[in-house]
Ligand binder design. Structure first.
Ligand SMILES: *[C@@H]1O[C@H](CO)[C@@H](O)[C@H](O)[C@H]1NC(C)=O
Ligand SMILES: *[C@@H]1O[C@H](CO)[C@@H](O)[C@H](O)[C@H]1NC(C)=O
Ligand SMILES: *[C@@H]1O[C@H](CO)[C@@H](O)[C@H](O)[C@H]1NC(C)=O
Ligand SMILES: *[C@@H]1O[C@H](CO)[C@@H](O)[C@H](O)[C@H]1NC(C)=O
Ligand SMILES: *[C@@H]1O[C@H](CO)[C@@H](O)[C@H](O)[C@H]1NC(C)=O
Ligand SMILES: *[C@@H]1O[C@H](CO)[C@@H](O)[C@H](O)[C@H]1NC(C)=O
Ligand SMILES: *[C@@H]1O[C@H](CO)[C@@H](O)[C@H](O)[C@H]1NC(C)=O
Ligand SMILES: [Cu+2]
Length: 570
């Protein structure tokens, strides 16, 4: 009886909402296909969506629904992930291959359907299969509901700045070669802004992205790090940036001249065009935390151009030769600005931080090695193969069914539920020289099971196995509060006292400090199988991942929806 009334009331509400036009359904066709693209003087056939690189920008409002019909015309398996979308009860649309679905095979199709619930800001979408996300990605912008506003003055203009990474090779060949040799994969040849390397690379000046601004006006820049494997420092010459959101959660505004954005993260900033009219470089380059590892030491640029700036090609001889002003960026290995930037990001207070922790977890994150098979030579550390793990389990994707299907239909043999809550061996995680007896993890497909509604806290602890490194850890299906972060080993006695329970940032990806730790907390209110992994694709390839299995709660509204009929078979 009560349920009937609720249903009637709900459908009435939906009818009213539809009449007012407050929630829309957006239909898109995404054709995954190869397309020749010329960069760095050479043409490559890259995998794209609809022939676009970067892919199409999705623009929706909070409360809207998306229906994205994907057709795979490429020669690779593919899946798409809507990075940061909570996918409440719709885990089937989350996308990581073999976790929430089997891949869409060449010639196959699948329609992703989901609703944006209570999220606003900048997110993005990307392939979640092998290294296809190197070129298959785009922005996903969520505006406030109709007649609702930003919690800051409405900017005059908005621009999206997607940072990416370009290989002068097929990225799939790069990762496959590394899998064969056990060595680190080749580093990229360029970083990109909206798909363009910019002025400082060969054959790239013509395509350099221009971001136009008008004197005196406020602009909202939505900056996304879609790079495959590299954390980036970002700055705009002559201009301060006011950070107003990160990972589609608003922040307490703070002013900075340097951003550090890890792959998977987004940062929204206000830029006031208050400098002398002219041209100013927007630039990004690597923030590197490994020791003695090769990295892409190039700088990508775009140009912030005042509309009243003299045109360089038609102006006087001085303007003709005047190059844009270059910003000052930190040294590639300087962690200071990254640490300061992370500390600056706060929620608008007071944030509703969950208080009583039900599930206390401690996960190490780091690299490792597997012995080189007898009779072969390997290119990793000490002649072995590179690997990576969480709590000494190197994550292996199933091959014959997705974990979510196995969970839903009770099919055994796909994963086990014995992911350890704590490191199986306790050691000095950040010692300068961790004993090599600890370097070799165990491969496995293990989940940690969590009851619906429990408050989960996870300490993420980097290890110095092989090398310490800043790992951007991304959790699917959730936003989490970052209560604290620091260098060295997490100390529960002293570090717990410094938790920020007032205004910690709410994010979907935390850059765990190199040889350090971060503590995250969230309420497990979204049933399903949710991948948690390093967003450097080189590390997820090596197994730096695990999955949380959040059980159904009571009744339909606390349970995963049934799978869509067109879910691809394995
Ligand atoms: C990677 O780098 C090596 C050594 O520089 C080179 O031989 C190889 O062709 C490159 N390409 C790929 C796809 O890994
Ligand atoms: C990075 O490149 C710059 C020149 O562009 C050079 O001065 C610097 O030494 C390089 N750094 C490393 C670590 O390769
Ligand atoms: C950064 O690298 C330079 C050499 O490229 C080195 O001289 C310096 O000590 C390094 N700084 C840090 C903080 O590691
Ligand atoms: C899936 O593959 C694994 C290992 O390859 C095997 O043990 C399991 O029985 C298979 N499960 C199904 C449902 O085919
Ligand atoms: C680090 O440990 C290895 C053995 O695990 C040892 O061979 C090496 O000498 C040690 N290096 C330092 C600097 O202590
Ligand atoms: C991981 O497990 C393997 C196999 O039991 C063991 O040799 C290694 O020491 C463990 N390492 C850590 C860091 O727990
Ligand atoms: C593509 O997906 C199928 C399962 O749907 C799997 O059997 C096959 O190994 C995948 N191919 C590659 C290259 O990963
Ligand atoms: Cu990592």
């Amino acid at each position: 009886m009560g349920a009937c009334y609720t249903l009637v009331a709900l459908s009435l509400l939906f009818a009213i909402a539809a009449q007012l036009g407050t929630a829309e359904v957006h239909y898109h066709n995404f054709v995954v296909q190869a397309k020749p693209v010329k960069r760095l003087c050479k043409t490559h056939n890259i995998i794209t969506v609809n022939g676009q690189y970067p892919g199409p920008t999705l623009e929706v409002r909070n409360g809207d629904s998306l229906v994205i019909k994907v057709v795979n015309r490429a020669r690779y398996n593919v899946t798409l992930h809507w990075h940061g979308i909570r996918q409440l009860r719709t885990g089937w649309a989350d996308g990581p291959e073999f976790v929430t679905q089997c891949p869409i095979k060449p010639g196959g199709r699948y329609t992703y359907r989901f609703t944006i619930k209570g999220q606003e800001g900048t997110l993005w979408w990307h392939a979640h299969s092998s290294w296809l996300r190197a070129t298959v990605y785009g922005a996903l912008i969520i505006y406030p509901e109709l007649n609702k506003h930003y919690p800051f003055n409405k900017p005059k203009r908005e621009a999206t700045v997607i940072l990416g990474e370009w290989w002068d090779a097929n990225p799939i060949d790069v990762v496959n070669r590394a899998a064969r040799t056990g060595a680190a994969p080749n580093v990229s040849n360029a970083y990109t802004i909206n798909g363009q390397p910019g002025d400082l690379y060969k054959c790239s000046s013509k395509g350099t992205v221009i971001v136009p601004v008008a004197s005196g006006q406020t602009n909202l820049l939505r900056i996304i790090n879609a790079a495959l494997n590299q954390e980036l420092y970002f700055a705009i010459a002559g201009h301060e940036l006011i950070v107003v959101a990160a990972d589609a959660s608003y922040t307490k505004p703070f002013t900075t001249s340097i951003l550090m954005i890890a792959p998977g993260q987004t940062t929204d900033v206000l830029l006031i065009a208050n400098q002398p009219p002219g041209r100013y470089y927007i630039a990004a380059r690597a923030y590197v935390t490994t020791q003695n590892a090769a990295f892409d030491n190039t700088t990508t640029t775009a140009i912030l151009e005042y509309k009243s700036a003299p045109c360089p090609s038609k102006g006087s001889s001085t303007t003709k030769t005047s190059k844009p002003i270059f910003p000052s960026l930190p040294a590639y290995n300087d962690s200071g600005p990254a640490t300061a930037f992370a500390a600056g990001i706060r929620s608008p207070s007071p944030a509703p931080v969950p208080n009583n922790v039900d599930v206390n977890l401690f996960f190490t994150v780091g690299l490792g090695t597997f012995n080189c098979p007898r009779g072969r030579t390997c290119g990793g550390p000490n002649g072995n193969r590179f690997t990576a793990s969480m709590n000494n389990i190197s994550f292996v994707l199933p091959r014959n069914l997705s974990m979510l299907q196995a969970h839903q239909f009770g099919i055994p043999g796909i994963f086990t539920t014995d992911f350890p809550a704590f490191p199986p061996v306790q050691f000095d995680y950040t010692a300068a020289n961790v004993s090599q007896a600890l370097w070799q993890p165990i491969p496995g497909t293990k989940v940690f099971k969590v009851k619906y509604g429990s408050t989960v806290q996870i300490v993420l602890q980097d290890t110095n196995i092989v090398t310490g490194e800043n790992h951007p850890i991304h959790l699917h299906g959730y936003d989490f509060y970052i209560l604290a972060q620091g260098f060295g080993n997490f100390n529960p006695r002293t570090d717990t006292q410094n938790f920020n329970l007032i205004d910690p940032p709410l994010r979907n990806t935390v850059a765990v400090p190199v040889s350090g730790w971060a503590v995250i907390r969230f309420v497990a209110d979204n049933p399903g199988v949710w991948l948690m992994h390093c967003h450097l694709d080189v590390h997820i390839t090596w197994g730096l991942a695990m999955a949380l299995l959040v059980e159904n709660g009571v009744g339909k509204l606390q349970s995963l929806e049934p799978p869509p009929a067109d879910l691809p078979p394995c």
